[in-house]
Design a protein around this ligand. Sequence first.
Ligand SMILES: C[S@@+](CC[C@H](N)C(=O)[O-])C[C@H]1O[C@@H](n2cnc3c(N)ncnc32)[C@H](O)[C@@H]1O
Length: 438
Amino acid sequence: MDTKIEVIGVDLSQEGEGIAKTEGGYTVFVPYLLPGEKAYIKYTQKGKRYAKGEILEIQESSPMRTKAPCPVYYECGGCQLQHFEYSGQLKWKEKKVKDSLIRLAEIKNPKINPIIGMDNPWHYRNRGQFVIGEKEGKLRYGFYSPKSHSIVSFAECPIHHSFVNKALKGVLPELEGFHSFFENKGVLRHLALRCGEKTGEVLATVVVSEPLPKTHRLDCSSLDGVVGIVENINKSRSSKVFGEKERVIWGKDHLEERLLGLRFKISSQSFFQNNTSQAEKLYSLVLKYANVKGKKVIDLYSGIGSITLVLAKEAKDVLGVEIVKAAVRDAEANARLNQNENVHFKAIDAADAFKQEKAPPDVLVVDPPRKGMEKRVIEDIVRFGPQRIVYVSCNPDTLARDIKLLEGNYNFIEATPVDMFPQTTHVECVVLMSRVEK
Ligand SMILES: C[S@@+](CC[C@H](N)C(=O)[O-])C[C@H]1O[C@@H](n2cnc3c(N)ncnc32)[C@H](O)[C@@H]1O
């Protein structure tokens, strides 16, 4: 295993590891190796078809290699692409979408527009979940290292919004006196923070294994922007972050954010895009593709109604369908907050969405979770036959699989990737499809 092997980087895997070839054409997955780079590596694992390796020395470095600004980048594992120039990341993400559409949707030459990236691809994440540990009797925060389960600490995370970083430093001292669950000493598990990029509001959720004593008064009124602290109780021994039960221990149970001129109430567990400024670009694109002026629209997988309310600005009426009841309650509150009267929501499974509808909508917008749509939902869509589908996806592979299942009934028109998660391998994509007239 210790022999020095020469390889050349040819691509990046879905997880962002370098895919390299030896002189004999053998494939080696090498973390942090970039396409075009020549390097000496050693094998860390060897199989018949491929091996895993570790860089010993880079002989020819890619012009796209850059110094990762985060001091714990190589330990943390939260980001995979900080060593790759942002322009290179964008090109690679565009290619990732194209490859999936060619390979899995079997579209020969898909029209893919240039990816929509960020001008400043740092400090964008409006939501973070941090492990609470302890060192020398003091609480500390960090992320679990993927390899060891030890906590990687840092002063600031360069992809989280400055409001999140600031609140992290402010809220933790308020918990001194309690101890870390993970050090087998106390009840503190995680500190989750989300912020409104446009409003500056921050909501903190303290995840504990047992409720904090009611006599303990947490007060964050001196902390800039913090509007509420929620206690979430997770008694399990699993790696799941949140438990089911929550109560507000100080301030409000939600924060407010603004997006494309709309106001959104977001509570501790609701789904909201992690990157507000890119979400504005994503939703504007959805609105353009959907072309909903005066039309009847269904928004499947509607969450707290963010896309629904954007569409409602121009549509005749919009129905949002979402399985999580709490998200639907938030969506209804958001519709009231924005005085939208042409929207309504149903807390049902997407698989039941068309059962009570008498006629198909003109436009269907879908934004499913990473696993994509269930086959029975796709069968219902085909039976029901909306004229136009706008598919928003955070997983190019399940997106391509679903497009393939719609083949013959819907034509793929075009796709536009959007970079919601710079420095990571994730890519979002919006696809326009239209019904085949038979
Ligand atoms: C990627 S999020 C999209 C949310 C929203 N469109 C937005 O942009 O904020 C996917 C949503 O689908 C919901 N969901 C998951 N499975 C579902 C199902 N079977 N039926 C309806 N909604 C579902 C999730 O709760 C989540 O809110």
